[in-house]
Design a protein around this ligand. Structure first.
Ligand code: PBG
Ligand code: ZN
Length: 332
């Protein structure tokens, strides 16, 4: 009788089946970690699909509530809301549209949802920049922008936002927002700062959804004078440490996959909770692969999310968050 031998096995012993793989995993991705971005647009009468993304819409005020209901049923309860007002301005912005939406969501869902609201001006400005421009149109004015952002944050928080998330990249905005919130009796509102947000080519679908591209006839053509240069990880570290000092409760790296090294280094260095933003361009890239049948949607997203957790993220903001419970429960 011959004994068939398969020696030598060493590391493959723990890869044999899903049971042992589950038991030996070092990091776990859980549906609890996900935040779903939402867009609500003033003045549209039907919801519109965002180009390139999987089941992400520019919502009407009515479809917004229905989408959150569907997401809750799918197991997602944390959201990041972006609002697009109909009227654009150069200064003296009106934050009432988004504040009203926040109020409506919290009236409807109460503590059943955790609602973060993006705080920026790019969906409100005529030129599409994240702040107020100087007269020459070649510089975003820091002080005037921070004042407007603080007003926006107080307005959203007063309407019931659990968290405000400044994404503008001005200096000193976290301290100014914390101060304004505290002065308004809103000391429980969390600040999640986009502290390490890079000047990236992975924001394309978002800018269509949020109507926030810098206008082509601007003197200042892009956001490189306020977002972080991709070759400046030390800027990301210093800006994040600064935001932590100014009172940010949660820090963020954005985009995700191209800046995994930054996420890994910064989360090891600064002991605050870290969020990572899988941006619209990153999600669209995976979506294109899936549509061409060149990758499996669930597998490619799960692999990406595992990388985020490995690199130190506790919060994952993703346009595919609403699929996370389903995809995580069917993991191979
Ligand atoms: C700007 C903002 C951006 C995103 C959210 N808020 C980037 C930008 O337009 O520069 C990106 C989100 C994404 O691509 O998913 N305040
Ligand atoms: Zn902006």
């Amino acid at each position: 009788m011959s004994i068939s031998s398969d020696a030598p096995l060493s590391h493959r012993r723990l890869r044999q089946n899903s049971h042992i793989r589950e038991l030996t995993r070092e990091v776990r991705v859980s549906a609890e970690q996900f935040v779903q971005p939402l867009f609500v647009i003033e003045g549209i009468t039907e919801k519109q699909a965002v180009p390139g993304l999987n089941a992400v819409y520019r919502e009407t005020t009515a479809s917004l509530i229905a989408q959150v209901e569907a997401d809750l049923a799918a197991g997602i309860s944390k959201f990041l809301l972006f609002g697009v007002p109909e009227a654009k301005a150069l200064h003296n912005f009106d934050f009432s549209f988004l504040s009203t939406q926040v109020h409506a969501l919290k009236q409807h869902f109460g503590q059943g949802i955790w609602l973060a609201v993006d705080v920026c001006l790019c969906s409100s400005t005529e030129h599409g920049h994240c702040g107020v421009l100087n007269n020459d149109g070649d510089h975003v004015l820091n002080g005037d922008t921070v004042t407007a952002l603080s007003n926006a944050a107080v307005s959203y928080a007063a309407a019931g936002a659990d968290c405000v998330a400044p994404s503008d990249m001005m200096d000193g905005r976290v301290a100014a927002i914390r101060d304004a919130l505290d002065s308004a009796g809103l000391e429980r509102t969390v600040i999640m700062s986009y502290s390490a947000k890079f000047h990236s080519g992975f924001y394309g679908p978002f800018r269509l959804a949020a109507d926030s591209s810098p206008a082509p006839d601007n003197r200042l053509t892009d956001r490189s004078s306020y977002q972080i240069d991709p070759a400046r990880p030390n800027d990301a570290l210093l800006s994040s440490a600064r935001d932590a000092d100014e009172g940010a409760d949660i820090l963020m790296v954005k985009p995700g996959l191209p800046y995994l090294d930054v996420l890994s280094d910064l989360s090891a260095e600064i002991p605050l909770p870290w969020a990572v933003y899988q941006t619209s361009g990153e999600c669209a890239a995976l979506e294109l692969l899936a549509r061409e049948q060149l990758a499996d949607r669930a597998q490619s997203n799960l692999e990406t999310w595992t990388a985020f957790v490995r690199a130190g993220a506790s919060i994952i903001i993703s346009y595919n968050a609403r699929f996370a419970p389903e995809w995580l429960s069917s993991k191979p």
